[in-house]
Each structure stands twice: as structure tokens, then as C-alpha cells.
Design a protein around this ligand. Structure first.
Ligand SMILES: [Fe+2]
Length: 286
């Protein structure tokens, strides 16, 4: 089997029944910048090099539409496409150049929990100016999924997409890398047998920017779910909020960077979720 490396998480897409409110939230309160509108969807950039890190799509449901992973080359897409088909993975859209805004070639498949995974190459760069913001996230950093069958989902991300396990809190959550970032995808044991999104994390430049973000989030009345705190796995600073559709989104920074030959770490202690143990509503999962 050819080795294919997913290079990075390119972006995340949300469905929304409330496009204008969500767009206002991510622009005026979360700190992103609308980059393009295409077929009624709005694409938002961060203060980094990517064309977009988030897109919002009008729908009759709210929640995760897809996560978008980038591979370096078109031939990687061809190899992955063949691998997915051979394994019986549902391929929603075959390889096409007529994909989402800001991408070159792309295709989409469905993971064993029903999450849509887009795999793209030739992701465009940001253009134009970025408006004034008190908060400017740099990028989207990671996605955490909840699963009633984490072992099955793990096999998909490892065997199909070549993610590697970096850390596990046994029976609670596992973390997977595709580059030096400690986790680009994590899979948490579902508490209610529901599969789907736990949260999406957006990265701030450093702890000063993260601190400012938390201050202004409070000023603007964002609904804080949990935090602030610092995770054990990944060592990143975190604080969780809800957007207008109740998706949980995180401001994070200082996530650990690791070598690809680092052996995975295993824990049994759920309190590793917050080494500050600040007990500010944190439920040990998000
Ligand atoms: Fe996170």
C-alpha cells in the first residue's frame, strides 16, 4: 500500500439554518473574515495563508457538514480514491476539479460514523486585506469527533488516511496527528451513543492573543462552555464557546508539536484534560 500523507486540516464546513446570524458571529465576534461567497455559501479566512478555514452552508439542519483534509498532490488523491473504493468506503463525490471554492481537485467520502470527509489538493491562498479585529484566529487547528465506536473510527483514520495515534486517555479520548501538530483529529467516546462533532478548534498566535480573545469573547457575551484551562494531552491552552447554532468552538494556542516517530502516550487519568484543574464548568470531554 502506498504511503499517503494528509498534509493538514484545511478547513471545516458547517451547515446552518441561520446563515446571516452565523456569518455575523464568525465575523464580528469570533474574528474571521469573509473571503468569498459562492453558491450561497460563505467562506471565511483566518489571519493566515489559507483561502478559508471555515465555510457556512445554508441548510435545513445545523452542525458539521464536513471536515476538509489536504493532500500534497493530485496523484495522492488518485491513490486514496482507489484505496477507499477497495475498502468499500462510500465515496460521495469522485475526484473533480469542480469542487468547493478555494480548492483545486477534491473528492469526498463518508467515515464509518457518517461524518463527511473531503480530501482536496491545491488549496488556494488568502488574498485581499483582513478587516480590523480585536481577535484574529490564525488557522483552524483540529476537530474532535464523538463516536459510539471509537475503535472502528480509529481504524478509518489510521488505515485509510494514514493518521497516527499520538496519545490516548484510555476509554475516554484518543488523539491523532497527520503532521507535527499533536492532534488534527481526536475521537472521544460518545456519552449518549450519538456520533458527530464534539468541537472545532481555532488557533491564536500565542498566549497573549489567546488571552485577548478570551477577554473580548467575554465582553461580547459569547456563551462559554468550559475553560479557560490547559490540556494535558497536547499541552494546549483552551477555552470553549458555543456559536449561534450551538456548535462548540475552541480558542486554542501553544499546542505541542511532535516528531512523527514519537511513540504514543497512554493515560488512565481523565483529569489530564485540564492540568489547571480550574473547575470552570469543564466536563472532561470538550
Ligand atoms: Fe480541542
Amino acid at each position: 500500500m502506498s504511503e499517503i500523507a494528509v498534509a493538514r486540516l484545511a478547513s471545516v464546513r458547517f451547515n446552518t439554518t441561520n446563515l446571516s446570524n452565523q456569518a455575523q458571529f464568525y465575523t464580528d465576534r469570533w474574528g474571521l473574515e469573509p473571503a468569498e461567497t459562492h453558491d450561497g455559501a460563505i467562506y471565511f479566512r483566518a489571519d493566515g495563508p489559507k483561502h478559508h478555514v471555515l465555510s457556512l452552508h445554508e441548510s435545513d439542519v445545523n452542525g458539521l457538514k464536513s471536515l476538509v483534509l489536504e493532500v500534497p498532490r493530485g496523484e495522492d488523491l488518485e491513490i486514496l480514491h482507489g484505496r477507499l473504493l477497495a475498502a468499500g468506503v462510500p465515496v460521495e463525490r469522485g475526484i473533480t476539479s469542480d469542487f468547493e471554492a478555494g480548492t483545486g481537485l477534491g473528492m469526498s467520502c463518508v467515515d464509518p460514523d457518517g461524518n463527511v470527509v473531503e480530501i482536496v489538493t491545491g488549496f488556494a491562498k488568502a488574498t485581499g486585506s483582513y478587516g480590523h479585529r480585536d481577535i484574529k484566529p490564525q488557522d483552524v487547528n483540529h476537530v474532535v469527533l464523538e463516536s459510539s465506536d471509537p475503535a472502528r473510527l480509529e481504524r478509518f483514520y489510521i488505515d485509510m488516511l494514514n493518521f497516527r495515534l499520538t496519545e490516548r486517555i484510555n476509554g475516554v479520548i484518543s488523539f491523532y496527528a497527520c503532521n507535527t501538530n499533536h492532534h488534527t483529529v481526536a475521537i472521544a467516546q460518545s456519552r449518549d451513543e450519538q456520533n458527530g462533532l464534539n468541537h472545532v478548534a481555532f488557533e491564536l498566535q500565542d498566549w497573549e492573543a489567546w488571552s485577548r480573545a478570551l477577554y473580548y469573547a467575554g465582553e461580547r457575551g459569547l456563551t462559554r462552555v468550559a475553560g479557560p484551562g490547559r490540556h494535558g494531552p497536547g499541552h494546549n491552552l483552551f477555552c470553549y464557546y458555543r456559536d449561534e447554532d450551538r456548535n462548540v468552538v475552541e480558542y486554542t494556542t501553544e499546542i505541542e508539536q511532535i516528531n512523527d516517530d514519537a511513540p504514543p502516550i497512554f493515560h488512565d487519568d481523565p483529569s489530564q484534560f485540564d492540568v489547571w484543574k480550574s473547575d470552570l464548568g469543564y466536563d472532561g470531554r470538550q
